[in-house]
Design a protein. Structure first.
Length: 741
């Protein structure tokens, strides 16, 4: 079949119910992986209302306030509507032709001097919610041949990738939660009541569904140093010492193996390495482990037994685990608990969803050559280097020094470690290009601001993440409104840059010529849909998709089903065949993890350094998305900002009352904010929400920057890192507190 679309994208959109000037569009929210189905009312080209899509068969018929107000970002008063070029201290509006040719010429000159690695990119979390952005960004990076790729994974999910690679043979093999059949939830370092049940998986309304299971008799255990919204609903809350989940989970593995509570079949047939685990736990001492994580031994034993004996159970680990030095070990031990108690690919456990597209295979085909960073000599993880390495790579001269950087959907000065150091480095670049809607903190030194398109203005078919849904599902995410004339989808920016730089997209000769030819034909024939676009790829992916529950996906069904299609019931039993390990077994005890765990066992428990007696924790807010959406009045009544939460006893000892101004300092930075007292924290922990303190500039209007709250990551040392996943230790910083006069 031809993959050239025969209808325009406009025709492919959902058959909107229309009255005079008002239409209803069914699509899904792309702010987080919960992917809630939504019903968007559009008048003219304006969104007038967003409601949950009650007919979406996969979604939970509900959503959160971020989805409800998604149009506020579209209509942001400071939205960048055309490319903006820096001239001195201000910006002037420019055309795309000017922007692309200037950026291309400057980048080519830098490559001539310092090689391809002098061009770098940082891509943030929202890049992954577009079905075309990262594919074409990599195509452009391959065109250049640069390895200076930095990615949000090193402040988020890298531990999962490292564990999946070592245990299952592919970094992308992330199991999904089978919530509706689960009898025992062990939730570690996650607050799904606020953050929704998502981290490399889509489990719509996951928390609500877990609570329904609880009503039917299931047990929920939450492991968190804070009595969060989720912990307060749990049957058991283990207020673990921050960063010591590895000790807690290892203690549970010990109890299970010592007491013979493991799943015999899976320990023999499915997994290898269980004997190595036995040898490891033989060297561990339960009392020592309990002392390290500061959870009573009896409670650990209870939970381990309850978990192992439950008919159906799952461990879920998230960012509370990963943003610490032993994050990978704790993440691994969570998977070990699932594997040795027979929870993989069984009802109520962690299932492997195949998806209609074999993302694992595509990932293998696109496999990048190993690359070691210039200064630290560290390997890439999930195709990118650690954000923490970026500042030195920018400021240290030599061949391959990063001299031009593109920030694609990211705000790393606020979301990554040691923002001040990164900010200073960004200021030294020969060329900084930001692709975003508004100019935020990380973009303040930008030479070019390139306006992006919001998902309400964009079509997405998230085929490569189809294996992350908790049931087989497809939905074509149609746009609700047309983007502003001057904004461009990222894929087009990357394609245009490759062409302007005269470097072959994907490093494949001839591709640029084909794309240029389709553009010429489109102009000549006045049929814009003839032009090459990601739509071609979508058609190809659907045409070559694999059978789900025995049937093949058809394009007309995909675009003819605005609410999405559940492609039959959840399937079990594909995990084994999907494994990418050579022996098709789960490697329960990868040697590098065993070695690191022995190191941790031999180490003395961490002590707070002199002068910094508190540990800085983190919180997410329902109405924020990392460092953005904080500025939207519909989500945050004016004046809302972040504060420092302190345990009342700790506050009393320092003479601090709620409402006092307080200075929080670490050995790399200092911030000032208002104190709020909360008995919900462990003593010794202080909590500041991340994501605040990002200014929003006004490049077109010249107004004063708007600022909301303070950036707690200014206190985080970029040197702190989990050696296995290269993840920054964003939740482990030791800080001091003082009351300000
Ligand atoms: N202390 C601490 N720090 C953390 C965390 C934590 O728990 N504690 N969490 C970490 C986690 S999990 C993450 S994912 C990272 C997030 O880190 P990042 O992804 O680097 O940062 P965000 O704050 O999400 O900023 C995203 C930017 O993308 C823009 N944007 C949104 N949608 C689009 C789009 O479609 N196209 C384009 N071009 N731009 C878009 C937004 O305007 C915003 O400026 O932060 C990490 N930082
Ligand atoms: N409203 C909202 N929803 C979001 C986001 C958002 O910014 N806002 N971000 C999205 C993104 S990008 C992601 S990655 C997911 C993240 O989803 P989650 O990982 O569930 O994120 P959090 O809600 O920050 O929950 C992390 C919990 O870990 C706890 N914690 C901190 N340190 C430790 C520790 O050492 N051990 C243990 N056991 N717990 C610890 C914190 O107290 C916190 O309650 O959420 C997504 N959903
Ligand atoms: S939980 Fe909120 S932000 Fe996430 S997809 Fe749903 S509506 Fe969007
Ligand atoms: Mo994240």
């Amino acid at each position: 079949m031809s993959i050239v679309p025969t209808e325009s994208l406009g025709d492919a959109r959902s058959p909107a119910t229309a009255t005079a000037d008002t239409r209803t569009v069914h699509t899904f929210c792309r702010y987080c992986l919960a992917a809630c189905g939504i019903e968007v009312t559009v008048a003219g080209n304006r969104v007038t209302k967003i409601a949950p899509d009650k007919q979406n068969p996969h979604s939970w018929h509900d959503f959160c306030a971020k989805g409800r107000t998604a149009n506020q970002l579209v209509e942001h008063p400071r939205r960048i509507l055309n490319p903006m070029r820096r001239v001195g201290d201000s910006y002037v509006e420019s055309t795309w032709d000017e922007a692309l040719s200037d950026i291309a010429a400057r980048m080519n000159a830098l490559i001539d001097e310092g090689g391809p690695d002098s061009i770098g990119v940082y891509y943030g979390n929202p890049a992954g919610f577009s079905s075309s952005n990262i594919i074409f960004m990599n195509g452009w990076l391959d065109a250049i041949g640069t390895k200076s790729r930095y990615f949000v994974g090193s402040v988020d999910q890298n531990a999962m990738h490292v564990v999946a690679e070592a245990m299952y043979g592919s970094q992308l093999m992330s199991p999904v939660s089978d919530v509706d059949h689960c009898d025992y939830f062990l939730l570690v370092g996650t607050n799904p009541a606020v953050s929704a049940w998502n981290w490399l998986e889509t489990v719509p309304g996951g928390w609500r569904r877990a609570l329904e299971r609880q009503k039917a008799g299931a047990t929920i255990v939450v492991v968190d140093p804070v009595a969060t919204e989720s912990a307060r609903k749990a049957d058991v809350h283990l207020a673990v010492r921050p960063g010591q989940d590895w000790a807690l989970l290892l203690a549970m593995v010990t109890v299970i193996l010592d007491e013979g509570l493991e799943h015999e079949g899976d320990c023999v047939d499915l997994a290898t390495g269980v004997d190595d685990l036995r040898a490891l736990v033989a060297d561990a001492d339960l009392d020592d482990l309990a002392a390290r994580c500061e959870v009573p031994r009896a409670q650990i034993e209870d939970v381990a037994r309850g978990f192992a004996r439950a008919t159906a159970a799952m461990v879920v680990t998230r960012t509370g685990v990963s943003l610490h030095e032993a994050g990978t070990i704790a993440e691994w031990l969570g998977h070990v608990l699932n594997v040795i108690t027979g929870r993989m690919d069984r009802p109520g456990g962690r299932r492997f969803e195949r998806g209609y597209v074999d993302a694992l295979r595509m990932f293998e085909l696109a496999k990048v050559e190993p690359h070691f960073s210039r200064l630290r000599g560290r390997d890439m993880i999930a195709g990118a280097h650690a954000l923490a390495e970026l500042p030195d790579e920018i400021t240290t001269p030599g061949h391959g020094q990063v001299r031009a950087l593109v920030i694609n959907s990211g705000n790393p000065v606020v979301s990554g470690p040691d923002g001040a150091k990164l900010d200073a480095a960004l200021g030294q670049l020969d060329l900084l290009v930001a692709v975003d809607f508004v100019q935020r903190e990380s973009h303040r030194h930008a030479h070019w601001l390139l306006p992006a398109v919001h998902w309400l203005e964009r079509d997405d078919l998230p085929a490569f993440t189809s294996s992350m849904h908790d049931e087989p599902f497809v939905q074509y995410g149609v746009r609700a409104v047309e983007p502003p004339a001057g904004a461009r989808e990222e894929w087009r920016i990357w394609v245009d840059l490759a062409m302007a730089m005269r470097r072959p997209l994907f490093g494949a000769r001839g591709v640029n010529g084909v794309i240029a030819a389709t553009r010429r034909v489109a102009t000549l024939t006045r049929r814009p849909h003839v032009e090459f676009s990601p739509h071609w790829i979508n058609r190809l992916l659907v045409a070559t998709s694999r059978r789900v529950n025995g049937s093949r996906l058809r394009w007309r069904d995909v675009i003819g089903s605005p609410h999405g299609i559940v492609l039959g019931p959840r399937e079990y039993g594909h995990f084994r065949e999907a494994l990418r390990t050579d022996d098709k077994r789960v490697h329960a005890a990868p040697p590098e993890f065993l070695a690191r765990t022995r190191e941790l066992l031999a180490s003395t428990p961490p002590v707070a350094p002199e002068g910094f007696p508190f540990q800085l924790g983190n919180r997410r807010h329902r109405h924020s998305m990392n460092s953005w959406l904080n500025e939207l009045p519909g989500l945050h009544p004016s004046g809302r900002t972040n504060e420092v939460l302190i345990h009342p006893d700790d506050a009393a000892a320092l003479g601090i009352c709620g409402g006092d101004r307080v200075r929080v300092f670490s050995h790399v930075g200092s911030i000032e904010l208002t104190a709020a007292l909360s008995p919900r924290l462990r003593r010794g922990l202080v909590v500041v929400d991340h994501g605040w303190g990002s200014r929003i500039f006004d490049p077109s209007g010249g107004g004063e920057p708007q600022s909301f709250g303070v950036n707690r990551n200014l206190l985080v040392d970029g040197e702190g890192m989990d050696p296995l996943s290269q993840t920054s230790t964003l939740s482990a910083t030791y800080v001091g507190l003082e009351r300000l006069a």
